[in-house]
Design a binder for this molecule. Structure first.
Ligand SMILES: Nc1ncnc2c1ncn2[C@@H]1O[C@H](COP(=O)(O)OP(=O)(O)OP(=O)(O)O)[C@@H](O)[C@H]1O
Length: 245
C-alpha cells in the first residue's frame, strides 16, 4: 500500500489579479516531516501557505491535502493554522480564546482542560491565561496564536512565521515540541521563516525567491550540493544562479 503524502503541490501557479506571484511550485510533504519555506519578504511564502489552506484557488496546477483537492472546507478541521496576523478576540481572556478555537476544532469537553494546559504550556502562557488579550504584548499574542494552532493536535500544522517575537529560550522549547509532534506523533508541519537558524531545524527546505523555488532539499543535502556549510550561503548562491538565468 502506498502512503499518500499529506500535502502534494504540482505545477502551481498563483497570483493576485494580473500579478503572478508563484510559478512552477512542486512540493511533497509526508507524515512526520517538517518543511520550512524560507525567502525574503514578498517572495510568495504566505501566498503558498494560503493556497495550501484553500484560502486561494490555484490559478494553475494542483494542490492536494490529505489527497483532497483544495479548497475543501472539510479539510480545515485537520489543519492547525497560525496566520501572520493574529486573529484573536481582544476582549476575551487567553483561556477564553483557546477554549473558543478548541471547540471550533472539535475538542471535546472532557479533553478541554488537558489540551488547554498543554497548548499554553508549550508557549509559556500559563500565568497570563486569565488576562484579557487586549493587555497582551505583541509577542504574547503570537504565542497565543501558536497555542491555538496546536490545541486540537491536528495532523497538519501550517505556521506563518511562528518564531517572530519569541525569545531564544522559548524558541528552543517550541522547536523541541515541533520535533516531538513530527517525529513521535507523525504531525506534518509547514512553516515560513526569514531566520536561517529555523531553516536548520527543518527536515526539508524550500527556498523561494521571486515566486519560484530556487533550491529544495534537506539542509544537509543542500549544503553538500552547494559545497558550503551554511544555509545562508546556499540561499545566496542559489539566488545568484537565479539572477544569472
Ligand atoms: N492581497 C494581495 N493583493 C495583491 N498582491 C498581494 C496580496 N498579498 C500579497 N501580494 C503580493 O504578492 C507577493 C508575495 O507576497 P507574500 O505575502 O506571499 O510574500 P511573503 O514571502 O510571505 O512575504 P513576507 O515574508 O513579508 O510575509 C508580494 O509581491 C505581495 O506584494
Amino acid at each position: 500500500m502506498t502512503i499518500q503524502p499529506v500535502v502534494q503541490v504540482t505545477g502551481l501557479q498563483q497570483g493576485y489579479g494580473q500579478k503572478i506571484v508563484l510559478s512552477d511550485i512542486d512540493l511533497t510533504l509526508k507524515r512526520g516531516q517538517i518543511l520550512a519555506l524560507i525567502g525574503p519578504s514578498g517572495a510568495g511564502k504566505t501566498t503558498l501557505i494560503r493556497t495550501i489552506m484553500g484560502m486561494m484557488r490555484p490559478r494553475a496546477g494542483q494542490v492536494l491535502v490529505f489527497n483532497q483537492a483544495v479548497p475543501d472546507r472539510l479539510l480545515l478541521a485537520r489543519i492547525g493554522f497560525m496566520a501572520q496576523t493574529d486573529a484573536l478576540y481582544e476582549s476575551l481572556t487567553g483561556a477564553e480564546n483557546l477554549t473558543f478555537f478548541a471547540k471550533m476544532q472539535g475538542v471535546g469537553h472532557e479533553e478541554m482542560t488537558k489540551q488547554l494546559t498543554y497548548a499554553a504550556n508549550v508557549v509559556n502562557l500559563q500565568s497570563a491565561l486569565d488576562q484579557p488579550v487586549k493587555n497582551y504584548s505583541g509577542g504574547m499574542k503570537r504565542r497565543l496564536s501558536l497555542a491555538i494552532a496546536l490545541i486540537s493536535k491536528p495532523p497538519l500544522l501550517i505556521l506563518d512565521e511562528p518564531t517572530i517575537g519569541i525569545d531564544p529560550e522559548l524558541r528552543r522549547k517550541i522547536w523541541e515540541e515541533l520535533h516531538r509532534l513530527a517525529h513521535d506523533q507523525g504531525t506534518a508541519i509547514i512553516l515560513t521563516t526569514h531566520v536561517m537558524a529555523d531553516a536548520e531545524e527543518a527536515d526539508i527546505l524550500m527556498m523561494i525567491r521571486n515566486g519560484t523555488a530556487i533550491a529544495q532539499g534537506t539542509p544537509t543535502q543542500l549544503k553538500a550540493d552547494y559545497q558550503t556549510n551554511s544555509i545562508e550561503a546556499v540561499f545566496l548562491a542559489a539566488g545568484r544562479q537565479q539572477d544569472a538565468h
